[in-house]
Write a protein that binds this ligand. Structure first.
Ligand SMILES: [Zn+2]
Ligand SMILES: [Zn+2]
Length: 371
C-alpha cells in the first residue's frame, strides 16, 4: 500500500521557538511547586485535628489528691526554707551585736582593773554601764540560743517534709507509668488515623498522576502531568516518612525506585529488540550518513568510494568531503543482500531504499520496519 500520508506523522511535529519552550518549562516548574504547596495545605489542615488530651486523660486515671498533696508539700518546703533563711539572717545580726557588746565589756573591765591598781573606786556611771552591758550581752546570748533552737526545729521539719514528698513522688511515678503507656497507645492511634486521612487524600492523586504519566506519555501536556505526579509523590513520601518507621519507608522507597528503573530498562530493551518506525528511521539515517549498510554495517562502496575501506569510527577520516555525493545507480549490499538504493517509481531517479522519502521528488514510501 503506498502510504503517501506518512509525511504528517512522527518527527515532523515542529518544536516551537526556543523562548516558548523555555516559558513552558518554567511554568511547568511553577505548576509543580504550587501543586506541592496546595497538597501541603490539605495535609496541614488534617494534622491540625485535636489529638488526645494528656491532662484530662491523667486526671481520670490517677487520684488528683496525690498531686495536690505533693504540691502542698512543695509549698511547705518553700515556706520552711524562707523561714530558715530569715532566722539565719537575724542570728547573724545578733552575733555582730554581741561582738560589739563583748568589746565594750572588755574595755570596761580594763578600766576597772586600772582603777583597782590605782586603788581608786570605779565611778558610779561606769559601774552602771558595766552592769547594763553585761545584762544586754546575756540577753543577746539567750536570744541567740532561742534562734538556734528554732532553726534546729525548722531543719527537722524540712527533713520530714522532704522525706514525705520523696515517697509521694515515687508513688505518683509508679501510678503514672501505666497511664503514660496507655496514653502513648492512644497517641499512636491518633497518628495512624491522621496518616490514613492524609494518604486517603494523596493516594488517589498519586494514582491519577501515575495514570496520566504512563498512559499520556505522548501527549503535548505530558510536562504538566509529570510535574503533578512528581509533586504528589514527594508529598506522599514526606507523609509516609513522618508516620511510619524508617525501615518500612526504606522498603517502599527502594520498591518504587526498582519499579521506575525497571520500567525505563524495559523500555530501552524493547527499543533495541523491537524498534519502532521512528527509531528505526533514525538508525537507518545515521547509517546512510556514514555510507554503511543500515542492516549489517558493511561499507557502501560505490562511485568514488569503490576502493576505500572504512568503519563507523573511521568514516570521517577515510572519505574525502567531495566524495559524499548521492548515488546515481541502484545498489544492493553485497554482504546481506538488502536493497540500499533503487529507482524511484515516481520520478525514476535513484533513491534511498530504506528512508521514507525520495530525495528527488519527495514521494513517501512505507519502509518495512522489521529487518
Ligand atoms: Zn548489508
Ligand atoms: Zn522520486
Amino acid at each position: 500500500m503506498p502510504a503517501s500520508d506518512t509525511s504528517t506523522t512522527g518527527n515532523t511535529v515542529p518544536k516551537g521557538p526556543w523562548l516558548n519552550r523555555m516559558i513552558i518549562w518554567v511554568l511547568t516548574l511553577c505548576f509543580g511547586v504550587l501543586t506541592f504547596l496546595l497538597e501541603g495545605f490539605f495535609i496541614r489542615d488534617i494534622e491540625s485535628m485535636d489529638g488526645p488530651d494528656w491532662e484530662a486523660f491523667r486526671s481520670e486515671r490517677v487520684d488528683a489528691s496525690l498531686f495536690e498533696q505533693s504540691e502542698a508539700l512543695a509549698v511547705t518546703l518553700a515556706n520552711l526554707d524562707r523561714q530558715m533563711k530569715r532566722h539565719q539572717e537575724e542570728q547573724r545580726i545578733l552575733s555582730d551585736g554581741s561582738k560589739n557588746l563583748q568589746d565594750t565589756i572588755r574595755q570596761l573591765v580594763e578600766l576597772q582593773k586600772l582603777s583597782l591598781q590605782k586603788e581608786l573606786a570605779l565611778s558610779e556611771t561606769d559601774q552602771q554601764n558595766l552592769a547594763n552591758t553585761l545584762n544586754q550581752f546575756l540577753e543577746t546570748q539567750t536570744k541567740f540560743q532561742t534562734f538556734n533552737q528554732t532553726l534546729h526545729e525548722r531543719a527537722e521539719q524540712k527533713r520530714l517534709a522532704e522525706d514525705e514528698k520523696q515517697v509521694l513522688d515515687a508513688r505518683i511515678q509508679v501510678e503514672l507509668q501505666p497511664v503514660r503507656e496507655a496514653f502513648q497507645v492512644l497517641e499512636h492511634r491518633h497518628d495512624m488515623w491522621l496518616a490514613t486521612l492524609e494518604l486517603l487524600v494523596l493516594i488517589p492523586l498519586l494514582a491519577i498522576g501515575a495514570y496520566l504519566i504512563l498512559k499520556q506519555s505522548h501527549s503535548a501536556y505530558f510536562p504538566v502531568f509529570l510535574a503533578f505526579g512528581i509533586a504528589t509523590l514527594i508529598k506522599a513520601y514526606g507523609v509516609v516518612r513522618q508516620y511510619f518507621p524508617e525501615r518500612y519507608v526504606k522498603y517502599i522507597l527502594i520498591c518504587a525506585l526498582l519499579l521506575g528503573v525497571g520500567k525505563v530498562l524495559i523500555y530501552a530493551i524493547r527499543i533495541v529488540a523491537y524498534p519502532g518506525k521512528k527509531w528505526l528511521q533514525k538508525q537507518y539515517r545515521q547509517a546512510y550518513e556514514r555510507f554503511l549498510c543500515p542492516i549489517c554495517e558493511y561499507p557502501i562502496r560505490t562511485g568514488p568510494r569503490k576502493f576505500l575501506y572504512w568503519t563507523r569510527r573511521t568514516v570521517h577520516k577515510t572519505i574525502p568531503h567531495q566524495a559524499e555525493s548521492a548515488n546515481d545507480e541502484a545498489y544492493t549490499c553485497p554482504s546481506c543482500g538488502t536493497d540500499l538504493y533503487e529507482e524511484c517509481p515516481s520520478c525514476h531517479q535513484v533513491r534511498h531504499s530504506l528512508l521514507s522519502h525520495c530525495s528527488s521528488c519527495g514521494v513517501a514510501k512505507d519502509v518495512k520496519t522489521s529487518a
